[in-house]
Design a protein around this ligand. Structure first.
Ligand code: SF4
Length: 336
């Protein structure tokens, strides 16, 4: 990875509420080899055809424009990003972008053991691994696949390869996996990993209801009864509330978008696998770049569409019930 570039460029990715955007999440595919019920609608989705997805050159071109306007961190997501063949080649291309300081990825780790080394060599430094249960049968019920052992091997290999940051993303759902919260905290105890408990969020057809949301306050109480939690200072735009635990090297965090939203400091914008800009995770409106790009749009045209999308960005997400009623993309088609 090239040296960090002193921050000379002006960040012009500012929305109508003065929020500077420095973090671009790029979904590289809508395909996944798991079927997590809170992400993939029960009836499934109509997969995009290959030609409907941005190719690597198109992704890098759009990413370059974003980086020149102030983005310094890119996260690759899916579906499952490792379902996209030769993903490490895209990482290599992105790692050449001047001004991009961090390339991260979120994965379900089923294909990680065999890819970890070359992803790290290509330029990925930060890894988020989605895992919601250590119980074989529950994992199979939640994901529709008997792949827990592949995921555990992926986590072990990621640690062996030595990514600078590994986080375990656990979607905490009342009545489903709250009895494993302490197990996850114990699992990272003697590691450098962080476990993040994510409040269950409503997406299209994901069986969400408010009773199933295990809130930050409930989890904090649960963990606090067993461990001594010490808050960790974080950047204003950080989505997670971080804590260290006395006697543990691993840390714990909470993503509280349902009980304590963090929209006022949002620095994130998204590019979907089929080339649309989503200024906000829960805001259905999008700006499609793909067809304009293929029709010969200039960089200036693309910049204009990016700024138009930011101009539409809402101040905050609506209440959860309203989000649940919205006709937004499903989680798997956005990439979180
Ligand atoms: S809901 Fe939208 S505005 Fe709020 S933090 Fe998420 S992406 Fe940002």
């Amino acid at each position: 990875m090239k040296a960090l570039v002193p921050e000379t460029r002006m960040n012009t990715l500012v929305d109508g509420f003065g929020r500077k955007h420095t973090y671009l999440r790029i979904s590289v595919t809508d395909k996944c080899n798991l079927r997590c019920f809170y992400c993939m609608p029960l009836e499934g989705i109509v997969w995009k055809r290959r030609e409907e997805l941005l190719d690597f050159e198109e992704i890098v071109r759009v990413a370059d424009i974003f980086v020149r306007k102030g983005i310094d961190k890119i996260r690759l997501t899916g579906g499952e990003p490792l379902m996209r063949r030769d993903l490490h080649l895209l990482v290599e291309m992105l790692s050449k972008l001047e001004g991009l300081n961090t390339i991260a990825m979120t994965t379900n780790a089923t294909l990680l053991a065999e890819n970890a080394q070359r992803l790290k060599d290509a330029g990925i430094t930060q890894l988020n691994i989605s895992i919601d249960s250590f119980k074989q049968d529950r994992f199979q019920t939640l994901t529709g696949r008997d792949d827990l052992q592949r995921v555990m091997r992926g986590i072990e290999e990621a640690q062996r390869v030595g990514f600078s940051q590994i986080k375990l993303n656990v979607v905490a759902i009342a009545g489903v996996n709250e009895d494993e919260i302490i197990d996850f905290v114990d699992y990272v105890k003697d590691t450098r990993m962080n476990v993040r408990f994510i409040e269950f969020m409503p997406f299209r057809d994901n069986d969400w209801n408010v009773e199933r949301v295990l809130t930050y306050a409930e989890m904090l109480k649960m963990i606090g009864e067993k461990f001594q939690l010490v808050p960790i200072e974080t950047e204003p735009s950080a989505v997670a509330k971080d804590f260290s635990i006395v006697g543990h090297s691993g840390t714990v965090s909470f993503i509280t978008s349902m009980s304590e939203s963090f929209c006022s400091t949002c620095n994130r914008i998204r590019l979907t696998a089929d080339g649309s800009i989503k200024s906000c995770l829960f805001y259905p409106a999008e700006v499609s770049l793909r067809d304009r790009i293929r029709a010969g749009a200039t960089d200036a045209d693309i910049e204009e569409m990016i700024m138009y999308s930011l101009g539409q960005k809402p101040e905050a997400h609506p209440p959860a019930e309203e989000i649940a009623a919205e006709h937004n993309r499903s989680m798997i088609e956005i990439g979180g």
